[in-house]
Design a protein around this ligand. Structure first.
Ligand SMILES: Nc1ncnc2c1ncn2[C@@H]1O[C@H](COP(=O)(O)OP(=O)(O)OP(=O)(O)O)[C@@H](O)[C@H]1O
Ligand SMILES: [Mg+2]
Length: 317
């Protein structure tokens, strides 16, 4: 990392266009009529990039993007001032259809498979990332790996970033998380279920979660945040741990809660905040995100307004 290391870089290997359709009384096997619909450029790293722009930080987004339908993404990048360093691959970026039924209050997801980047595309991404890391404050790799790619892909990207001496965060799940942990990222943010799946046993108490997080810290990770949904999150480093509890808020959609937490942590640490203050900021921003439809944050001011209502407990184990 050098003196110009200011930009935050997000990596999304498998972005998605989120198509939300409102269908009253949705019934499979019948003709269903859409009363309202909206398409948004999505994917975890894209959501994080968008959030970081709300902190007015310089952001570059990379990963893979389908050549056939990049327009929605390009529009977002130019409107929000995100530098576009995506590697274009043949085919379409996948679409995720969300059918929202206001009567049953149920959501039905229909997910398309999406593109298959080749070994050459992956090499190109490593080259791009190596170049971006030279002036990056932090690199954040978030989301899933396209189905046709090796789960070790994220672990390899972590190595490329670490070789440049730049902090790298990872937010993914399943085998990709398993492999990425082995590469020793700087920060991970599994939820309780993801951490339990990684360890192969259920984790229930705070004490157990902190103990397991510390074992991973021994293996080279600096910060582990274990998110617990509406209950808040545990923020663990070698010599300190906090439990942060959000205020009770009216939930509209929990989409993007995890992304908000990861993005705010990057913004907070980039601004030199302590673990304690990052926990407060990230918990307030995530709570503000769940009070709205979609993954975005209405305004940073709305999150700052509830920061005082976040309870932070220092844990002594
Ligand atoms: N109902 C809620 N009320 C307040 N805050 C919430 C609520 N749900 C989530 N959050 C906040 O968002 C954080 C992340 O949520 P969660 O643990 O669900 O992440 P996740 O499972 O990784 O989500 P994602 O699906 O976005 O990946 C929580 O630690 C909490 O601070
Ligand atoms: Mg998550």
């Amino acid at each position: 990392m050098n003196a110009q290391a200011t930009t935050l870089v997000t990596v999304t290997l498998n972005p998605a266009i989120d198509l939300s359709c409102t269908v009253a009384d949705f019934t499979p096997g019948q003709v269903n009529r859409v009363s309202a619909s909206q398409s948004d450029a999505g994917g975890k790293g894209v959501n994080i990039a968008r959030l970081l722009r709300q902190f007015a930080l310089p952001v570059t987004a990379t990963g893979f993007l389908g050549q056939a339908n990049p327009h929605l993404f390009q529009k977002l990048f130019s409107e929000s001032g995100i530098n576009d360093a995506f590697v274009r691959v043949p085919g379409e970026t996948r679409t995720g259809i969300k059918i929202l039924d206001p009567l049953s209050q149920e959501t039905t997801d229909i997910n398309f498979p999406g593109f298959s980047p080749t070994a050459d595309h992956l090499q190109e991404l490593h080259n791009v990332l190596e170049r971006l890391a030279a002036t990056a404050a932090t690199v954040i790799i978030a989301g899933s790996v396209p189905g046709a790619m090796e789960p070790a892909t994220i672990a390899q990207l972590v190595q490329t970033v670490k070789a440049q001496g730049v902090p790298v965060y990872v937010d993914t799940s399943g085998p990709a998380l398993q492999q990425a942990i082995g590469a020793g990222p700087t920060l991970i943010k599994p939820n309780q279920e993801e951490l339990s799946a990684f360890l192969g046993r259920p984790l229930t108490t705070q004490r157990e979660i902190v103990a397991e997080a510390r074992r991973l810290i021994e293996q080279g990770i600096t910060t582990i945040v274990v998110s617990l949904g509406a209950a808040g999150a545990l923020f663990v480093q070698r010599d300190q741990a906090y439990m942060a509890v959000p205020p009770r808020v009216k939930v509209i959609s929990t989409v993007g809660a995890g992304d908000a937490m990861v993005g705010s942590l990057a913004a907070g640490f980039r601004q030199g905040l302590s673990l304690h203050d990052c926990a407060r900021l990230a918990t307030a921003v995530s709570a503000a995100v769940v009070t709205q439809a979609g993954p975005g944050l209405a305004s940073l001011a709305a999150a700052k307004a509830i920061e005082d209502q976040v309870e932070i407990h220092r844990l002594t184990f």
